[in-house]
Design a protein around this ligand. Structure first.
Ligand SMILES: Cc1ncc(COP(=O)(O)O)c(C=O)c1O
Length: 387
């Protein structure tokens, strides 16, 4: 049965395989003994290979050991965990914060803690899978509104009045499209309809806003986003998830979120690295400035070549292709020519919206970007590309 299903996936061009990478997550990586430009990493600021972060991580391991050895609520709660929670609350400008072992666990744990069978969760259609899994786990009803369509969101809220609690959830920067949620509108709507508003700022934290604090800072929003979720695994170059918000919210999550309660705390080395990464972001804007100049260089060149890069507003640049198998052939062509940017197809995106997902990093040089543009230009004239 499993073989048959895998065979079907293969025949539809949907079988998933992984590329093995040697060395660090830098702008250049080695795949199959060949150096290629990495154009698909979430390591947007280059902090995954930043010497100060690596040093902090080694020092934390030497002082506090390899693992936390228990859940936070048993005996795994170490000084470093508390320090990181304080740091992230200060960074996000909230009363408190709580950290999880991954962003995925932050989403499933938080949503399933806050919501239950009598409640309703309303999601942007393009929200991340971990949000949807959190809703499923909670037993709450799920409605989705078309991407960024606040009128349709309001229609749902007007009609669905029988639920006890209502939660609106949105990505800040959308992970596959690279556009930004209409957060000011969402704050107004949540207030009007007495709904809780949750923001998944995984791809915005460290990147957007004047000081890299994410989507709230980007729009100058100080209040009204009740649950600010994020990850340490993207621009912060590491591992882990967090939720920032009021003290009551964080106390509630600590007591109710099963993915927090029943899982071992993050290892001290990771936590030490995350603290250092935030310190670097706080004191130095230059990485973010370089990232944005790289984004402009790549985006403008692709537009000149007449690629469809959708509505991107960020470091995530989707390049629309046709069907799944042509997408994968295009990704293979790129890799053969020294550019690693994967093809994205169902179930991650709808069938009609397959794409190459490129993402820029602060550590890319102008030469890396120009080389990538040159390969994309050649891809356009390949018979299989049909853009
Ligand atoms: C929008 C969004 N939310 C949550 C997650 C999960 O975060 P993590 O990779 O830290 O588990 C991701 C990562 O893929 C994401 O893109």
């Amino acid at each position: 049965m499993l073989q048959k299903e895998l065979g079907e996936l293969k025949s539809k061009g949907l079988f998933r395989e992984m590329k093995e990478i040697s060395g660090m997550q830098g702008p250049l990586v080695v795949i199959d003994n060949r150096e290629v430009i990495l154009l698909s990493s979430n390591n947007y600021l280059g902090l995954a290979s930043h010497p100060e972060v690596i040093k902090a991580q080694i020092e934390a391991a030497k002082e506090f050991g390899a693992g936390a050895s228990a859940s936070r609520l048993i005996s795994g709660n170490m000084i470093l965990h508390e320090r990181l929670e304080k740091k992230i609350a200060d960074f996000k400008g909230t009363e408190a914060a709580i950290i999880f072992t991954t962003g995925y666990m932050a989403n499933i744990g938080t949503i399933s803690a806050l919501m239950g069978e009598k409640d309703l969760v309303i999601c942007d259609k393009l929200n991340h899978a971990s949000i949807i899994d959190g809703v499923r786990l909670s037993g709450a009803a799920l409605r989705t509104y078309p991407h960024k369509n606040v009128e349709r969101l309001e229609d749902i809220l007007k009609k669905e009045i029988s639920y006890k609690k209502k939660l609106i959830v949105t990505d800040g920067v959308f992970s596959m499209d690279g556009d930004v949620a209409p957060l000011s509108e969402l704050v107004r709507i949540a207030e009007t309809y007495d709904a809780i508003l949750m923001l998944d700022d995984a791809h915005a934290t460290g990147v957007i806003g004047k000081n890299g604090k994410g989507t709230c800072e980007h729009f100058g929003i100080k209040e009204g986003v009740h649950v600010q979720m994020g990850t340490f695994s993207k621009a912060l170059g590491n591992l882990g998830g967090f939720v920032a918000g009021s003290k009551v919210l964080i106390d509630y999550i600590r007591n109710k979120a099963r993915s927090f309660i029943y899982s071992t705390a993050l290892p001290p080395a990771i936590v030490g690295g995350c603290i250092k990464a935030i310190e670097i972001i706080e004191k130095d804007n230059s990485l973010r400035e370089k990232l944005w100049s790289n984004v402009a260089r790549f985006r403008d060149a692709l537009l000149k070549l007449d690629f469809n890069i959708m509505e991107t507003e960020s470091q995530i640049i989707p390049i629309r292709t046709r069907d799944a198998s042509l997408t994968m052939k295009s990704a293979e062509f790129l890799l053969k020519n020294g550019i690693f940017a994967p093809g994205i197809r169902p179930p991650t995106v709808p069938k009609a919206k397959c794409r190459i997902r490129a993402s820029l990093m602060a550590t890319h040089t102008d030469e890396h970007i120009d080389k990538a543009v040159e390969v994309f230009k050649r891809l356009k004239s390949e018979p299989h590309s049909k853009f």
